[in-house]
Each structure stands twice: as C-alpha cells, then as structure tokens.
Design a protein around this ligand. Structure first.
Ligand code: IPM
Ligand code: MG
Length: 388
C-alpha cells in the first residue's frame, strides 16, 4: 500500500514540476512592461465581483470616467464592464474564472476589480480556487504593490509582494500521500525572484527611496527563501545608491509595531505568503484593510483592487448602496498613475484625503445613517471640480 501511495504522489509531483518548468520557459520569453503611450486605445475592464463589489466598483468607474472624460470622448480610453466573475457563476461552471470571462479580461489592458468571494471549507460554495489568485496567475500579475502611508507618523511604506509563486503557486495542488500524511509545496524560480526584486529596486530608484528591505525566512526555508534572498543580494549590487538590507519575517512582523524603528522602512520586497500577512498588519495601522488599495502588475496586464471582502450581508440586507467605495476608488487612483495619468491620479488622491480626513462633509456608515456610495462619489468629483 505504501509503495503505491508513494508512486501516486511522485506522479503528481512530477506533473507539478513539469508545469512549473513550463512557467519558467514562459517567463524567459517575456518582454518588457507594456508601454501605454504606444497604444491607440487603452481598454479598462471593470469587474464588479461579488457582494458589494458591483455597487462600489460602479462608483469608482464614474469617478475615473469623469477624470478621463477627454480620453473617453476621443476614444483613447474605453471602459468595459465585465459581469460574470461572480461566485454563483464560478460555482456553476466549477471554474476559478469562467473561460468566457477570462477571454473578456484578456481583451483589456488594465482591470479594476471589486472583491470576489473565496470559498472556504464548510461554507455553501464548492471548493473552487480563489478568483483573485487565479487572475494573478492567469494574467501573470507578479507584482502586488501595496502602499501604506500614515503621514502624521512619518510612515511611507511600499510593499512589493511576489504574487505568483511561493506557497500560492500550487497552493491548491498539495498531495495527501495517505490518510496520515499531507504535503504542500512552495515554489521559487530565478526568473520569478528577479522580476519582483528588480521591480522593487526600480520603484525605489525612480521615487527617490533610499532603502529596499527583503523579508524572508531563509534561515529555515533554505531552498526557496534562500534563492529569493541570494537573488536580492545580487540585484542589490546593481543599485549602489540604495541600501539593501534583509530581515526575517518573524522579527519584521515585530518591527512594524516598533514605533521608533518602523518609519525607517521604505520599500519592502517579499515572497507571496509573507507579503500577504505583513500587508494586512501594515494596513491595520493605516485604518484597516478597507482603507488600502492594491495594484497587481504584470508585463502585459495589470489589475487594481480593493483588498477588503465582498460583505454579502450588506447586499442581503439591502445596504449595498451604502457601502464604502473608498478602497476601490483608491485602487482607481493607482490605475490612473500606472497608465501614465499622474496628474489625474494626484487629484484623486488629494480629493480622497479631503473627503475622508480633512473636510469630511459626508460620512459613510454602511447604513442609511450615512451617505450612499453614489453621493460619496459625487462628493469626490465636486471636490476635484473645485480644484480646477
Ligand atoms: C489578498 C487576499 C487574498 C490572498 C485572498 C482573498 C485569496 O488575502 O489579496 O491579500 O491571499 O492573496
Ligand atoms: Mg491578504
């Protein structure tokens, strides 16, 4: 029996290795980042997702259409609403992303995405893979960029989380060797490390940052985290003006709460799972994951998303019109900057600060005691209008 189990596990493992080696070849063949200035038209896909997603994403779209009015009118920018990325349809088709939806996504250049439900053990949904994780893999969105800023505390961090490898690469393909032994895999590639680490250093260089910090557990996870760290040290040499230091994830998690030290960190680059965890911790200081936007960048496609959940209860209670659209609007500002509309992005960031911190003429409470998302989007647009 043992022998048979081991053979079956080996076969599965062999398939995984083949898939991963194919991914390496695909990465080797990849060119540089897309140049949006060379496109006749930029297509922005708007993918509402689940729960409150369509409601808040629709409001973010209104704000972006307002800021890009000239480009939309002249046909340089097109918005396309992509409907089918819902848990109901994904469950019906038993697909992380229904194939027809994936085709629509692939016709876009950048995507603004609302939250999608990730099924978990014991809930009503079948165990389809997370749409988030699938989209990152399918569109090869390898750099998850998550900024956290708290100006009054001197905090200005930008996390570059690797988004396609590590514990997530084959996270749904572990092996139950027999009823007692389960094995998961974590994956690293030279190409995967190089592209995320280089992206972090390039960002530091072009934004006047003085320090890039790698976060691993290379003392224990020697092969994969070891490769990540070795690659970091090699690439760091190409940027002599930038300090390249490294920390282990356990002490890094502690340092983020150390008020005397934490403001010294600037750009952090880290494997997928550590990035997932540390960015939630970091966002919490800023006011919670609901306040953060997140960019998922690849060479051909990019996707911008809110990092909070889909709050299905708000929909069943008829409160989705009161959902807070700020996080997805912030993701929209990141999208604008990414496609080269920096001036519009800056206006939007400024308006978000005015509307949520300094002026706060409208407050969102998530129920009818506060403003609707539509009224809030109006408020943002009026605020921008008054800047002109
Ligand atoms: C995130 C989320 C996702 C992740 C989930 C929803 C699959 O936590 O974007 O950080 O684990 O990456
Ligand atoms: Mg997370």
């Amino acid at each position: 029996m043992n022998k048979q189990n081991i053979e079956a596990a080996k076969e599965k493992f062999g398939k995984l290795l083949e898939e991963q080696l194919a991914r390496v070849e695909a990465m080797k063949a990849q060119g540089d980042f897309i140049d949006y200035t060379k496109l006749d038209k930029i297509i922005i896909g708007v993918c509402g997702g689940d729960g409150i997603g369509p409601a808040i994403t629709g409001q973010a779209q209104r704000v972006l259409e307002y800021l890009l009015k000239k480009e939309v009118d002249s046909g340089k920018v097109e918005f396309r609403v992509i409907d089918g990325l819902t848990i109901e349809r994904r469950a019906a088709e038993m697909a992380a992303i229904p194939p027809a939806v994936l085709n629509e996504l692939k016709e876009c250049h950048v995507i603004l995405k609302g939250p999608t439900t990730t099924p978990r053990k014991g809930d009503e949904w079948p165990n389809v893979e997370s749409a988030n994780v699938a989209m990152r893999k399918e569109l090869d969105l390898f750099a998850n960029v998550r900024p956290v800023r708290i100006p009054e505390q001197g905090i200005d961090w930008t996390f570059f989380r690797e988004n396609t490898e590590g514990a997530y690469a084959v996270g749904s393909k572990g092996v139950h060797v027999d009823e007692n032994l389960g094995v998961d895999f974590t994956v690293v590639t030279t190409q995967g490390c190089e592209r995320i680490i280089r992206a972090a250093f390039e960002f530091a260089k072009s934004n006047g940052k003085k320090r890039v910090t790698a976060v691993t557990k290379a003392n224990i996870i020697k092969t994969t985290d070891g490769k990540f760290l070795d690659t970091f040290k090699e690439i760091g040499k190409e940027y002599p003006d930038i300090i390249a230091d490294d920390w282990y994830i356990d002490i890094m998690t502690a340092k983020l709460v150390d008020e005397k030290r934490r403001r010294d960190f600037e750009v952090l680059v880290l494997p997928n799972l550590y990035g997932d965890i540390l960015t939630d911790e970091a966002a919490e200081f800023q006011g919670g994951v609901g306040t953060a936007g997140s960019a998922n960048l690849g060479k051909r496609y990019s996707m911008f998303e809110a990092i909070h959940g889909s709050a299905p209860r708000m929909v069943t209670e008829g409160r989705d019109i009161y959902a807070d659209p700020c996080s997805v609007i912030r993701a929209g500002a990141m999208l604008l900057a990414h496609i080269g509309h920096n001036e519009e992005a800056d206006k939007l960031y400024k308006a978000l600060d005015i509307c949520t911190i300094t002026e706060k003429k409208l407050v969102i409470t998530g129920r009818d005691t506060g403003a609707t998302s539509a009224a809030f989007a109006d408020y943002i647009m009026e605020t921008i209008e008054n800047m002109n």
